[in-house]
Structures are given as C-alpha cells and as structure tokens.
Design a protein around this ligand. Structure first.
Ligand code: TRP
Length: 459
C-alpha cells in the first residue's frame, strides 16, 4: 500500500517534470538581458507601443517558425550546430556555413553582452554599499556614467562576469545552474511584478503606460522594423544555432511547436513586465525614454528609492538579473566551445579557456567604448554599438533566413512532417502545414524585405 501510493505520484511527476524541464531550460536561454535591459531601451528609442506591436508580429511570423526549425533540426541530428548542418545537408553543399556564422555571432554577442552583465554585477555591489538609491536623475545618471567612463572598473567587472561563466562551464555544473535558474525565475518574476506595481502607482505613471501600450504609428520607420526583427531573434535566442543544441536534448515525443510558442509568449510576458516596471518611472521622474543602453540602470534605482526596503530589494533585483544573464551567457558560450572541441579536437577545458580569453580580449573593445575608446567609431558606431547592431540586425536575421530556406526547400516537407509529428504519432498536421508554408514563403520574404529596407539597400 505504502509502495503503491509513493510510486504513483513519482511516475506522474517524472513525465510532467520532463516536459516542464524542457520548457524551462529553453526559457533559461531565452530570458536574460534581452528582456530586462534590451527590450525596454529599444522600445524607448523606437516609439513604444507601435514598436511593441511590430515586435509581436516579428515574433509570430519570424521568431517562432525559426525557433521550431532549429529545435527540429537539432533533435533530428542530435548534434551541435555545425555537425547538425553537416549531417542534415546534402553532401558538398556548404550549409555548415550557417553553423560557422553562428560561432562568430555567439562570439560577437558575448563581447558586448558580458559588458552589460558587468554593469549588473557592479550594480549589485553599488546597491549593497548604498548610495545609488535616488529619484534624482542627476544622481542616478552620475552613478552610471561614473561606472562606464572608468576603464578599470568596466574591464574588471567584465572579467569577473566571464570568470563566473567560465568556471560554471568548467566545473560542469551547467545542469546545476539550469536548476537554480528554474527555481529563481519565479522569484525574478515576482520581483518584477512588485516593481511594476510600485511603478504604475507613481504620480504621473499614466504617461508611461500610454507610451508602452497606445500605438502611434507615425513613429514607425524602416529602421524600426529592422530593430524589432533583430530583437525577436535576440530575445528568442534564434538565428545562430543555440536552439539547435537545445533541440538535440528534446525527447522524441516532445511537442516542438507547442514548446516554442510557450517559450515565445513567456519571454514576451517577462519583457512586458520589465517595460511596465520601467516606463511609468521614466515619465514620473523625468527621464528620457530614448536614453539608450543606460535606461534600465537609471530608472530602476529611482523606483526602488520610492519603496520601503528599497535598497534590499534592489540588491535582490540585480542579483537575480545577473543569474538570468548567466543562464543566457552559458547558452551563448557553449556554441564556440562545442565547435572548438569538435573541429580542433580540444579538450573541454582548453576549448572553454580559449573561448573565454578570446571573448575577454575582444570584449574589452566593447568595455572601453564609453571611456578610452569612446572616440573610435566604425560606421559611426562605438565597438559596443557595432557588435550589438551587427549581430541582432544582420547576422542573426541572415542565419534565420538560411535556416528557413534550408529546412523548407532543402530538407523538405516529408522530413519536417516526420520529425515534428514523431513519425505520425503526434497529431499536429495542421500546425505542420501552416509552419511549412510560412517557412517556405512568408518568413524568408519578410526577413529579406525588412533586412534590405532597414539597411537602406532598397527603399
Ligand atoms: N536571448 C538571450 C537574452 O535575451 C540572449 C541569448 C542567449 C541569445 N543565447 C542567444 C541571443 C543566442 C541570440 C542568439 O538575453
């Protein structure tokens, strides 16, 4: 009797836990600074609600189909990004180049992502020391500028972040971190809701909500479309092979389209919460919505300053944000590490050290973009902006374009159908048909038009 009652729930939970485990692991890569830092700053600089709507369209017609493609290909080949392309593509066709581009994208993204994570780390310590909690834009702006214009602290916090990411990978405790992220994500959500409630009850908050939810379509330009599409790739971790690797761990009976849709909408929910926490405060305290990458770091301290136990909550907020960013960074660093291991027969330790040191050296160009190298511009951008812009707005969309073309034109309907329906055992024929036509026609055409138009190649 006692065996029976203790067995039954375990069996049930094991099944449930696997499905949920896959969802939260994939979500662990998707949710990160893209939601908490990037979405608010881009929405702020590109017109708020109208931008949000364009983002949602890009998520539905581009992000989700490409995510399903990557997961499906990874599960079919059960390998890392480059090997997957080699296994699935016809001989002598250079589709592995998509995987190779992914390695470069991961490297470039890490070069600036690790610097934003560095600011988050620095803010944990600033919050512990007290002193940045203020509703005065002059004080919070001064604190942020003091950090980024100091070359020493910009570099050291970046190295600390990279050391943490490297150690976690070297110690082989990625699984542990995934477990921790899973458990901590609900706390981050709860905290975002708390900050959101405080923010929308500030005097003058209405203007911020209007900015985020009442679209003004006159603010849309070709550049806005490109930035919104780039954000969809970035936030969903697609276009460079991260999701191929994750798909390789999926069970055969896992419903891939359903998982991708849930991940995309949960990721959107986190971004919206971040937006609701930030924009009312922007207007209530007199910040500029188009402050750029500094937006989160200026406004959040002001919201906490107007809350009981504000300093305590702010320490927790930046700590949880740092942990979310580490989950995303591990999924990025994994791409070049897997490549070096396979291509050059390196040990895991060597591959990780080489990747982390490479990112630290290259990333210093991004770290010094507001200090020593502030005047060095390439195509009119600092290195930080250049890495940020070229990855989201060029490399990831190109990766997504070729993935969509590969899976629909080269791999073909029959293989997609078999892979996604698990050889017919899952009854999702309708979804597969819609997906197929989207990948064959809609997604590639949309990506091409938005890219060519946004980059001013055609007008
Ligand atoms: N999506 C993550 C975030 O929002 C960043 C990220 C992780 C990513 N892996 C990626 C972006 C792969 C592009 C491609 O923070």
């Amino acid at each position: 009797m006692s065996i029976e009652t203790s067995e039954k729930p375990v069996v049930n939970r094991a099944k449930f836990a696997t499905g949920l485990g896959v969802l939260t692991a994939t979500l662990g890569s998707a949710v990160g600074l893209g939601n908490i830092w990037k979405f608010p700053y881009l929405a702020g600089s590109n017109g708020g609600a109208a931008f949000l709507l364009v983002y949602i369209v890009c998520m539905l017609l581009i992000g989700i189909p490409v995510m399903i493609s990557e997961l499906t290909m990874g599960r079919a080949a059960r390998s890392n990004a480059i090997a997957t392309m080699q296994k699935l593509a016809p001989k002598k066709q250079p589709w592995w180049l998509i995987g190779a581009a992914g390695v470069i994208s991961a490297f470039l993204i890490m070069a600036f992502y690790s610097e934003v994570a560095a600011w988050v780390f620095a803010y944990i310590f600033k919050a512990i020391q007290g002193g940045i909690l203020s509703t005065d834009p002059e004080v919070t702006t001064g604190a942020f500028n003091g950090l980024v214009t100091n070359p020493g602290s910009s570099l050291i916090w970046q190295w600390i972040d990279l050391a943490v990411v490297g150690f976690i990978i070297l110690l082989g405790v990625n699984k542990g971190i995934e477990g921790a992220t899973k458990r901590l994500m609900p706390i981050l959500l709860a905290l975002l809701i708390l900050v959101g409630v405080r923010s929308i009850t500030l005097p003058g908050a209405g203007e911020g909500l209007e900015f985020l939810f009442k679209p003004d379509f006159s603010k849309l330009t070709a550049a806005t479309f490109l930035v919104a599409m780039g954000l969809a790739f970035f936030k969903l971790s697609v276009g460079m092979g991260t999701m191929i690797t994750y798909g390789s761990y999926f069970r055969d009976d896992q419903d891939i389209p359903g998982t991708a849709i849930r991940v995309a909408f949960s990721d959107l929910a986190v971004s919206l919460l971040a937006g609701i926490a930030i924009f009312p405060a922007v207007f209530a305290f007199g910040y500029e919505p188009n402050s750029g990458p500094s937006l989160l770091f200026l406004t959040i301290p002001s919201v906490f300053a107007s809350m009981p136990l504000g300093n305590f909550f702010m320490v927790i907020f930046f700590l949880l944000t740092a942990i979310a960013s580490i989950g995303a960074q591990i999924s990025l660093v994994e791409v070049p590490v897997a490549f070096l291991e396979e291509k050059f027969n390196m040990s895991r330790k060597m591959a990780t050290l080489t990747t982390i040191i490479g990112i630290a050296l290259f990333g210093s160009l991004a770290a010094l973009s507001s200090s020593t190298l502030a005047d060095v511009k390439v195509f009119g951008m600092t290195f930080f902006d250049l890495f940020d812009y070229t990855t989201s707005n060029i490399l990831l969309p190109l990766g997504g374009l070729f993935i969509a073309i590969f899976i629909s034109w080269v791999w073909g309907y029959k293989k997609i159908e078999n892979a996604i329906s698990n050889n017919g055992s899952l009854s999702n024929q309708r979804v597969i048909k819609i997906l197929y036509w989207s990948l064959l026609v809609v997604t590639p055409i949309l990506i091409t038009i938005v890219l060519l138009n946004g980059l001013k190649i055609i007008q």
